[in-house]
Ligand binder design. Structure first.
Ligand SMILES: [Fe+2]
Length: 465
């Protein structure tokens, strides 16, 4: 009888994590009915954890809400599926947006490559079910990019939106089981104000096995919830940032990722974060930027005054000074990719399917939206690729192998290849070249203008409340 009870408990625990089969990712494709069942099981709760990227490839973190009287920021971590010989990682609690909860934040360290781990976190009612997290290679590896998941605050729409989100995620992970982490340029919530939006974002089972790195978008920033549902590494609060403003960076293998809050025009802080992160990661082979707004993007960022003038003036010189290889943007819900851009001109053509060695300039990828992909008539010379299929979402992968980075964009429903570009890097970065020293001097007035603009904008927002 004890064995039967033990077996039943084990099954119940596995089901509570939603992982009964240990594939590369616990990300099954679900029918609408299966999804609705999963969605309804989690509806009304806000305690699903986000698995977040760590400061480097040897770390991940978990972030979840728990009842104030029961919150215990601890995660059990084991190499064994039965959780034997588990290590306990302890973290901290911080205030939540709700009076009766706290946010638990726990960082897992010492991860080894190509290793399968199992874990449980402390829920209000005891330990969670057992979840699985597999590390892949720390050298050659692949990242998944999906932007603007945009789960709205309208409960009548949320299950359908969540279904769309789970579907593209499951498709991408089924075809790319070698993905190591998930990069998103933000607007994954729509009002940024309700717990239910995050709960739906986090409902797909893959969110417990695919660490997320998320830039904040203008929709996320309509409220404060990003503060309570994410736990990004190396957050940079700067001298002039306020409220939710922050940048962050992380390192994975040879790649340095720089995430910017493009809803903040505080150029001095964005520049200072870049300088610090680059200084600490001189040996990184690749530098990738992630920013919500579509600088050299597709769709209605073209001709948009704020993006074309202000954001371009603030961010493009930073990306060019520090010789970023690729910048990932979103916001317009239109999939596109630029040529190699420098000083507001095409520094080099970047044709689909080609490989370029040590190119001048920066390539910009503008991601689509999960639930509301858009096609625009407007186009621009800077675009090498702009997807024009109505109502089809897409995803992008970044593959790093030796000296080569390959960027591929595929349909979100059947993974048909739409666009690809490879960049081979054989030379070291030199951000201290004479050209870049001049660039930094020329950037000083922009830092001042960006700062003044942000202060005026903050004042206008306060007065209009
Ligand atoms: Fe946006």
């Amino acid at each position: 009888m004890k064995k039967v009870i033990s077996l039943m408990l084990s099954i119940a625990m596995l089901l509570s994590c939603g992982s009964v089969s240990y594939a590369a990712f616990d990300a099954p494709k679900l029918s609408r009915e299966q999804w609705d069942t999963l969605y309804n099981e989690n509806f009304g709760d806000n305690t699903l954890p986000m698995l977040c990227v760590g400061a480097d490839e040897t770390q991940v973190s978990l972030c979840w809400h728990a009842d104030k009287s029961k919150a215990k920021p601890e995660v059990l971590w084991s190499k064994n599926a039965d959780m034997s010989a588990a290590q306990t990682f302890k973290g901290i609690t911080t205030d939540a947006e709700t009076a009766d909860q706290l946010v638990c934040r726990v960082t897992i360290t010492g991860l080894e490559e190509n290793t399968t781990y199992y874990y449980q976190w402390n829920r209000d009612n005891g330990l969670s079910g057992i979840c699985k997290y597999e590390t892949k290679s720390f050298g050659s590896h692949k990242a998944l990019v999906i932007g603007d998941v945009q789960i709205t605050e309208y409960l009548e729409n949320q299950s359908a939106e969540g279904y769309g989100w789970n579907s593209v995620l499951a498709e991408a992970l089924e075809k790319n089981p070698d993905v190591s982490y998930f990069v998103t340029p933000g607007d994954n919530t729509s009002s940024g104000q309700t717990a239910a939006e995050w709960q739906t974002v986090l409902t797909p089972q893959a969110m417990r096995s695919l660490p997320m790195a998320m830039a904040i978008g203008n929709h996320d920033k309509k409220g404060m919830t990003y503060n309570y549902y994410t736990n990004m590494p190396n957050e940079y609060y700067g001298k002039f940032f306020s409220g939710l403003d922050r940048d962050f960076w992380f390192r994975y293998g040879d790649v340095l990722y720089l995430f910017y809050d493009s809803t903040s025009g505080n150029a001095p802080d964005h520049m200072a974060m870049t300088k610090e992160a680059v200084k600490l990661n001189q040996d990184a082979k690749w530098r990738i930027g992630v920013v919500h707004h579509g600088i050299y993007g597709a769709g209605d960022s073209i001709g948009d005054m704020e993006t074309e003038i202000l954001l371009k003036a603030i961010f493009a010189p930073i990306f060019e000074t520090y010789d970023l290889d690729l910048v990932i943007t979103g916001h317009t819900h239109s999939q596109g990719r630029s040529h190699f851009m420098e000083q507001n001109r095409i520094a080099g053509v970047a044709e689909s399917g080609k490989t370029y060695t040590d190119p001048e300039g920066v390539v910009y990828i503008n991601s689509n939206s999960v639930n509301n992909p858009l096609v625009y008539d407007v186009t621009a010379e800077h675009l090498a690729f702009n997807y024009q299929e109505e109502g089809v979402t897409t995803y992008t992968t970044l593959e790093f192998s030796g000296d080569t980075m390959t960027v591929e964009t595929r349909r979100g429903d059947n993974s048909e290849l739409l666009d690809s570009l490879s960049i081979k890097r054989t030379q070291q970065y030199n951000e201290n070249s004479f050209k870049n020293i001049v660039r930094r001097i020329l950037y000083l007035p922009i830092e001042f203008i960006g700062f003044v603009y942000t202060e005026i904008d903050t004042l206008v927002r306060l007065l209009s409340k």
